[in-house]
Design a protein. Structure first.
Length: 371
């Protein structure tokens, strides 16, 4: 049985920042870890920073799954913490050896350099102790079990497990964005990618059907798990009524452009009200009529806030793979609703001068006011 008393958390990109920025991000990461553990019901004693690592004092097995939700974490290991003395490290390594079988190897690393032995010397000493206690063979190339030791000041951490996180930056370290999220596959992935880069997401849904809104709210529940420690309150805006009016006034082939332009204009206003710095959409170039290069130019014209499109160069297969990974795919396909307003032959090469005339015709002058 694996019995550990700590979780050793590593980060990478944060360590490249200037000292002031690094300290702020480290504090944010510690706070996000604490909030995530509390929200997910993981029992822990405390979370502390040690040199370029973060240590969580816990023996809760759920920490293996939950820590992966926290952006900024590069990797982590459930470990046994002991004093930084060869005898104590050897005892812990022998205990960890009991978690595996077959051949083994010992890898040691001095995160701080005040330990009297070099990393190679420490690995040799501990390897000899483990071999003597267990009789197992050593294989430094392809071992069945890899026992890892990290020495940080007066403490050492022994483990045989390294779990990869999503990396990125802590949520809340890069300001706010307004993310347009439907019940489809793409837009939740786009929002997740901005969260991974440290942005606080304001999820906004433009309601066309009740079923689509239900899907959106379920997606929000999934994405919220990646955003503990930061606000994540959804906003729903009525949209179907306006699209119906546009269709009745004879702008059928322009509906996709009018739809997207209205969403972006209203989201732009919301961003200004909420102090957000950018808008986020799930656009992938050429995927649907509203995502041709010509139409993207019309839709984004004269907006005050920049429009971020993290999926713009991705294939659908790539997006689906990410949606499955983060947990939104099943929700999206279970609420797969065909938009009731999609025209038979939508406009794919819109021009601003033509769009201006159409908007005036259907009484949508407010979509032009930003220009």
């Amino acid at each position: 049985m694996r019995e550990f008393n700590s979780l050793l958390v590593r980060y990478s990109e944060i360590g490249l920042k200037s000292p002031h920025v690094r300290r702020e991000m480290e504090r944010r990461l510690v706070r996000n870890l604490e909030e995530t553990f509390r929200s997910e019901g993981v029992h822990f004693l405390k979370v502390v920073k040690r040199a370029s690592r973060i240590v969580v004092y816990t023996s809760d097995p759920r920490v293996r799954e939950v820590t992966r939700l926290v952006f900024g974490v590069k990797s982590y290991s459930p470990a046994i913490e002991v004093g930084a003395e060869v005898e104590e490290i050897a005892k812990a390594a022998i205990k960890v050896a009991g978690w595996g079988e077959g051949s083994f190897a010992v890898r040691a690393r001095r995160v701080t350099k005040d330990f009297p032995l070099t990393s190679v010397e420490l690995a040799r000493e501990i390897g000899s102790a483990v071999k003597g206690a267990t009789g197992r063979s050593v294989d430094l190339t392809e071992p069945d079990q890899e026992i890892m030791i990290e020495v940080i000041g007066r403490r050492a951490y022994v483990t045989d497990e390294r779990i990869e996180g999503y990396g990125g930056l802590p949520v809340g370290s890069q300001g706010r964005v307004v993310a347009l999220i439907s019940s489809g596959i793409d837009s939740p992935v786009a929002a997740w990618l901005l969260m991974r880069r440290g942005a606080v997401v304001i999820p906004v849904h433009f309601r066309k059907t009740p079923e689509e809104e239900r899907g959106f709210r379920e997606i929000v529940s999934v994405l919220r798990r990646y955003s503990y420690g930061a606000e994540f309150e959804p906003v729903v805006v009525e949209h179907g009524t306006a699209l119906r009016r546009f269709a009745e006034r004879g702008a059928r082939e322009w509906l996709c452009l009018l739809c997207k332009r209205r969403m972006l204009v209203l989201a732009d206003r919301l961003a200004k009200e909420r102090g957000a710095k950018a808008l986020v959409t799930g656009d992938s170039l050429g995927q649907v009529a509203s995502q041709t290069l010509d139409n993207l130019e019309v839709e984004s014209r004269c907006l005050e806030k920049p429009v971020l499109r993290p999926l713009i160069g991705m294939d659908k297969d790539d997006i689906v793979k990410l949606a499955r990974e983060i947990g939104t795919y099943e929700v999206s396909i279970s609420h797969d609703v065909k938009c009731p307003f999609v025209p038979g032959r939508p406009k794919t090469k819109g021009r601003w001068d033509e769009f201006t005339k159409v908007a005036m015709k259907v009484g949508a002058e407010d979509l032009l006011r930003t220009c």
